[in-house]
Design a protein around this ligand. Sequence first.
Ligand SMILES: *[C@@H]1O[C@H](CO)[C@@H](O)[C@H](O)[C@H]1NC(C)=O
Ligand SMILES: *[C@@H]1O[C@H](CO)[C@@H](O)[C@H](O)[C@H]1NC(C)=O
Ligand SMILES: *[C@@H]1O[C@H](CO)[C@@H](O)[C@H](O)[C@H]1NC(C)=O
Ligand SMILES: *[C@@H]1O[C@H](CO)[C@@H](O)[C@H](O)[C@H]1NC(C)=O
Ligand SMILES: *[C@@H]1O[C@H](CO)[C@@H](O)[C@H](O)[C@H]1NC(C)=O
Ligand SMILES: *[C@@H]1O[C@H](CO)[C@@H](O)[C@H](O)[C@H]1NC(C)=O
Ligand SMILES: *[C@@H]1O[C@H](CO)[C@@H](O)[C@H](O)[C@H]1NC(C)=O
Ligand SMILES: *[C@@H]1O[C@H](CO)[C@@H](O)[C@H](O)[C@H]1NC(C)=O
Ligand SMILES: *[C@@H]1O[C@H](CO)[C@@H](O)[C@H](O)[C@H]1NC(C)=O
Ligand SMILES: *[C@@H]1O[C@H](CO)[C@@H](O)[C@H](O)[C@H]1NC(C)=O
Ligand SMILES: *[C@@H]1O[C@H](CO)[C@@H](O)[C@H](O)[C@H]1NC(C)=O
Ligand SMILES: *[C@@H]1O[C@H](CO)[C@@H](O)[C@H](O)[C@H]1NC(C)=O
Length: 699
Amino acid sequence: MLALKIILYFTIIFNLSLCLPTKNKANSKFDKYSNDKPVRDKRSTVETKPKVTLDEFFDYTTFSHLSFSSTGQHLLFQTTRPSWNTSSYANDLWIYDIQTQNKTLITNNLNPYVTSCWSPSGSYIALLKYEKLIANDSYSQYHIYLYSVDSNEITSIPIGKNIPSVLIWSHNDSFIYFVTNEFVQLNNTSNNPYNFTSEFKKTQQQVKTNTIFRIDIKWNNDTISTTKNIIKVVPFSISELLYVPYEEKLIFTGLSYIFSGTPNIDIYSLDLNNLSSLTRLTHNKIPEKHLQLSTDGKNVLFTVFVLLDEDNNSATQTLYSLNLTNKQVSRFAEDFDGNIVKYIPKLDGGVYILGQWKTNVHIYSQQSPTEDEIFHPGFQGTYRSIAASSNPNCSIAFVHSSTEWPMEVYCVDDINNLLLAKQITNENKLFTERNLPQTQVYNWTNQDDHRVIEGILHYPPEQFRWKNLPLLVLIHGGPTSASLNELYPNCINWALLAASNGWLVLEPNYRGSTGYGEEFRSELRGRPLSLAGKDILSGVDQLIKDRIVNPYELAVGGCSFGGSLTNWLITQTKRFNAALSCSGQVEHVSSWGLTDAHDFYKYLFNGLPWETPHIYQNEAPIYQLDRVRTPTLISTGEKDTRVSPSQSYILQRGLYTRGINVKLLVFSNEGHTLYNPWNSKMKVQEELKWLEKYGRYKN
Ligand SMILES: *[C@@H]1O[C@H](CO)[C@@H](O)[C@H](O)[C@H]1NC(C)=O
Ligand SMILES: *[C@@H]1O[C@H](CO)[C@@H](O)[C@H](O)[C@H]1NC(C)=O
Ligand SMILES: *[C@@H]1O[C@H](CO)[C@@H](O)[C@H](O)[C@H]1NC(C)=O
Ligand SMILES: *[C@@H]1O[C@H](CO)[C@@H](O)[C@H](O)[C@H]1NC(C)=O
Ligand SMILES: *[C@@H]1O[C@H](CO)[C@@H](O)[C@H](O)[C@H]1NC(C)=O
Ligand SMILES: *[C@@H]1O[C@H](CO)[C@@H](O)[C@H](O)[C@H]1NC(C)=O
Ligand SMILES: *[C@@H]1O[C@H](CO)[C@@H](O)[C@H](O)[C@H]1NC(C)=O
Ligand SMILES: *[C@@H]1O[C@H](CO)[C@@H](O)[C@H](O)[C@H]1NC(C)=O
Ligand SMILES: *[C@@H]1O[C@H](CO)[C@@H](O)[C@H](O)[C@H]1NC(C)=O
Ligand SMILES: *[C@@H]1O[C@H](CO)[C@@H](O)[C@H](O)[C@H]1NC(C)=O
Ligand SMILES: *[C@@H]1O[C@H](CO)[C@@H](O)[C@H](O)[C@H]1NC(C)=O
Ligand SMILES: *[C@@H]1O[C@H](CO)[C@@H](O)[C@H](O)[C@H]1NC(C)=O
């Protein structure tokens, strides 16, 4: 059954975005250009929108957590946007009235780590805000906030000195369950035999106990009184919690805070009528996640992401259903060879699945594990979120973007009318008033094994299908990830901005990427950099052959695994004028020893360092740095625990020693992803400067 090995990936690069019907910009004039002449002169005829600037690029809003009230009258959604004057990101919670189309801000200070939830009647929303306790004030407490849909007012319930990690309602509006974590650091020598003292190891926390609480709410007119009760203390960490009305049970799962030595993460159930009865429903070594209750309340749905099963067959994210009556597990979407991005239960049973196939994410549905999956044609691009209701005016809401239309929330009466969906937010309007790069899927063949590889080309605005353009190869991380048809600007996904600055950008979905089938994803095992590297260089060769790019104006860059590939590629060829190496690796054994995702190395390198030392060595850029000529801008987060910053320091020392132009940016107080939007902007600004300085052809 579900006996699979753990799955960990390296960097998840969130490539998000949504989209609208693709608009065809008239470029036929330029399509006719012959391959002979480089076309670089600016067009002056057509009225043009301005291009996206650096500042605009980083002022983008993303959407998440769509959910309908039980009545279907209201839609709740969350937005995230940079907050420049606080050097962080702000999270807002909105409620949308389907009938009046009125959008109301509930709070602009949402704690985004705990999902806000509807009360069963649809009258209240329970949420958390960002709060800081006042030091030495014994009265200072955290709160759960209740937003009343009718009065538009918020009531606060004090809950003590621990922040909840999860929040849910019971069968009616009188009870809320929440969980708190009590952490211990691994610095106690009796549970840490190694005496780790580095910043990196200190960040690896272990969870000691979790406490489940219940808040009882008494409603008296417009005031409420509450009491807090401890329900159960459990010796593991709960990250997701469901209330199952028909059995009066809580169902929950644990999250692995540390990637190594993790105890089993399984699904448990707690009988609320007999609190000494805690039952473990799954017995395996894989982490179950994204628990949801089926609409009939009798099945628990969950996903697992595995690298390898017991027979060493690799498998991608899979979706299961656990029958609470007979405890049987069955698998949904078994025939889908793409990547399951998200799912929700359908109101009439079964599931809606957001599935990535190649560069798009579409909506699929399946009524039961034994029935066929149905594809629901919609906009090209990427669906990131979906919610379903019984409201005939808006039975489906979703979040969508494409490379040509920014992310917004949409509403549609029927799943079969996805192309008629109505946009109900307009937070990223500015991007519709800008001249966005046009994109195209481009494919080529790796000559070694004749595999077809594809990628996305982003043309500079108004230069669609021009020839002889300067090229930036921008490589996604993972490798278990993909570059998609979506608009999700950040300091990793900045193809749009590079193209707006005159570069043709190729985002290759090299071997190991999701969405091209299981075989394609697992083929890079044992040769992760050499195979992926060859896939990418074959694409560059093809672009040169097709005369799309100028062979004297080539640059390469990427973050995380994309940074590792950048480091590898500059050792394999001297053709790149400039490289942007972000959070990448050069030496895999030390990297294995320092990462929080070391199981992934075993998968990627086909064994542990002492089992396959030749692979660790042959695939490592460090031993081939003598072949590098490319000026390289390196960036890393000082506190990165996924790929240690020492990897960047080694690269910097190596290139400096060899007299190559090299610059190192170290972001203090940042990890594998940057949390300060100013740092994101600065990183990309420096990278654009580096491209202009070294990437262009010089006589
Ligand atoms: C930050 O800026 C926003 C709008 O630009 C403003 O509403 C808010 O009050 C500012 N916050 C602080 C802490 O200055
Ligand atoms: C929208 O909702 C807000 C808050 O509930 C309310 O003040 C406002 O009058 C509503 N507007 C419309 C057009 O219904
Ligand atoms: C809080 O208490 C500690 C120890 O009693 C003391 O050192 C510290 O100054 C106090 N802080 C404040 C803000 O009162
Ligand atoms: C919720 O259910 C409990 C019984 O389980 C009942 O006592 C209480 O009045 C109900 N609350 C509401 C708001 O209906
Ligand atoms: C260290 O951990 C052990 C076992 O968890 C515990 O018994 C001991 O009290 C701890 N020591 C300190 C100094 O916290
Ligand atoms: C570990 O160290 C942190 C800070 O250095 C301290 O707050 C914590 O109490 C320590 N934990 C244990 C179990 O000693
Ligand atoms: C860890 O550190 C403690 C205190 O510094 C020391 O007593 C102990 O021997 C060390 N343990 C190891 C395994 O080095
Ligand atoms: C509830 O409010 C109504 C009208 O404001 C009032 O007449 C009634 O006494 C209140 N009931 C309670 C229990 O406070
Ligand atoms: C409660 O659960 C425990 C453990 O499963 C069981 O031994 C006990 O009989 C149950 N009590 C009742 C009243 O069902
Ligand atoms: C799977 O791989 C492991 C080591 O990577 C090996 O020990 C095991 O025998 C393999 N299992 C099968 C069924 O091939
Ligand atoms: C769950 O199991 C029960 C008992 O075997 C069965 O009657 C029911 O049809 C199953 N439900 C699903 C959705 O398979
Ligand atoms: C590659 O691209 C060509 C031209 O767009 C297309 O005809 C062909 O079907 C593509 N091949 C694959 C395997 O996707």
